[in-house]
Design a protein around this ligand. Sequence first.
Ligand SMILES: NC(=O)c1ccc[n+]([C@@H]2O[C@H](COP(=O)([O-])OP(=O)(O)OC[C@H]3O[C@@H](n4cnc5c(N)ncnc54)[C@H](O)[C@@H]3O)[C@@H](O)[C@H]2O)c1
Ligand SMILES: N[C@H](CO)Cc1c[nH]c[nH+]1
Length: 440
Amino acid sequence: MSETLADSVDMARLSTKDADFEARLDALLAWEGVSGTEVQQRVAEIIAAIRERGDAALIEYTGRFDRLSVSTMDELTLGSERLERAYTGLPAEQREALARAAERIRAYHERQRPTSWSYVEEDGSVLGQQVTPLDRAGIYVPGGKAAYPSSVLMNAIPAHVAGVREIVMVVPTPDGVLNELVLAAAHLAGVDHVFTIGGAQAVAALAYGTETVPRVDKIVGPGNIYVATAKRAVFGQVGIDMIAGPSEILIVSDGGTDPEWLAMDLFSQAEHDEDAQALLVSWDERHLAEVEAAIAKLLPTLERAEIVRQSLARRGALIRCRDRNEAVRLINRIAPEHLELSMAEPEALLPEVRHAGAIFMGRYTAEALGDYCAGPNHVLPTSGTARFSSPLGVYDFQKRSSIIHCSESGASALGAIASVLARGESLTAHARSAEYRIKP
Ligand SMILES: NC(=O)c1ccc[n+]([C@@H]2O[C@H](COP(=O)([O-])OP(=O)(O)OC[C@H]3O[C@@H](n4cnc5c(N)ncnc54)[C@H](O)[C@@H]3O)[C@@H](O)[C@H]2O)c1
Ligand SMILES: N[C@H](CO)Cc1c[nH]c[nH+]1
C-alpha cells in the first residue's frame, strides 16, 4: 500500500487481523449526530416555537436557516399550477427521464400493495384484516446540500399507490433557489401541497400543523441530523417511517471489478454529505491497493471533491478481511443502507445476508441505478437500523384493522373461553359481557 496515496486521500485502512480492528470499526460506524444533546436541545426549542407561534415561527426559522426572507406563508407555498409549469417547462430529455423513472418506481411499488384478507371458521365466524390508507401523509424531501427530485418520486409514489388521500410535501430551498426538477417530480407524483420549508421546523409544522401547513398523520423521508432528531421527537404525535440519516455504501468485492468503477461507487454516496459513509471490504490485498490508487486518481476530478474527501477521511475505510465468510460476518454486523456484492456469483452469498437496506447484485449493478430508476425505493434505513427496519414502501402508508365477526354459535364458544380468562384477571364486566352471549 502506497503511503503517499493513502495520505493524499486520508482514508482509513483496516484489517480484520489487527488487534484494534473491532474498536476502530465501532468508531467508524458511530453516528453521534442524532443523540447529541446540543442538537436535541436546539430541535426541542424549534418544535416548541412552532407549536406556540405557528406560521410566524416557521417564517422566522426559514429566514435564519435557509436565508429566505419572506413575510407571509404564501411566499413559502407552491400551488399545483406552479408544479405543472415546472414539469412542462423541463427540457424534453429531463422530462422523459423523470417520467421513465416514475413509471419504473410505480411498477415496483404496485407489487407491494398489501391486500385485505379474511377466512371463515366452521361455525360461520369470520376473522380478517382490513388494510386502509392514511388520510394525510407528510413527505420530507431534503434540500440543504443538494436537490433531490428522485426523493420526491421515492416518497410520493408509494403514498399514491397506497391510496393516501392527501400528500403534503416540504422541501427547503436555501436562498430561495427553486429546483425545477423537484417541482416537476412533485407534479408527476401527484403531490397535493408543497411548502418550501425544511429542517426541524418543517417536521414540527407537519406534526402539529400551523395556520397554513396541515397536520399530517405520518412523516416520511430522509434528512440531516436536525430532520432525523425532529422526526424522533414528534413520533407518537404522528407516525414516522424510520430514521434515514446520511447515506452509506458497503461494497464487498471479490477483486474482479474494475477498481475505477468501485472508486466511483464509493464516491457516489460520499458526495451526499461529509457525514456519509463509504466502505469497501475485500480479501484481495492487491485489489484494495488498486482501488485506493483509483480513489486518489479520480477524486480530484469530482465537482464535490471537498465533501467526498471529508466524508472518506471521517467515516470511509478500505477493509481487508480474511475470506468470504468473514465478509459475510461484516455485512451483518454493519447492516448497511446499501450493499454492493461486486462479485462473480452474488446469488451464492445472498441467502447469508440478513441485514441490509438494499442489495445490489453483481459488477454491473451500480448503487446509483437504485438511487434513481431501478424501481425499488431509495429511502432506506441507515446507521445499522437495517437490523430492524425496511425500505420505505407502500406498507408505510397503510394501516391494518382486525376484523372479528362472530356467528351466534361462535360467540357462545368464545364466550366460554373469555369468561374463564376474564375472571382470572378479576375483570368481571368483561366476563359478564362474554357470558351474555353463551347459549344455554
Ligand atoms: N437515506 C436516504 O434515503 C437519503 C436520500 C437522500 C438524501 N439523504 C441524506 O439526507 C441528508 C440531506 O441533508 P441536507 O442537509 O442536504 O438537507 P436537509 O433538507 O435534510 O436539511 C436542511 C435543513 O437543515 C436545517 N439546518 C441546517 N443547519 C442547521 C442548524 N445549524 N440548526 C438548525 N437547523 C439547521 C435547515 O432548516 C435546513 O433547511 C444527507 O445526509 C443525505 O445523505 C438520505
Ligand atoms: N443515495 C441516496 C439514498 O441514500 C438517494 C439519492 C438521491 N439522489 C441520489 N441519491
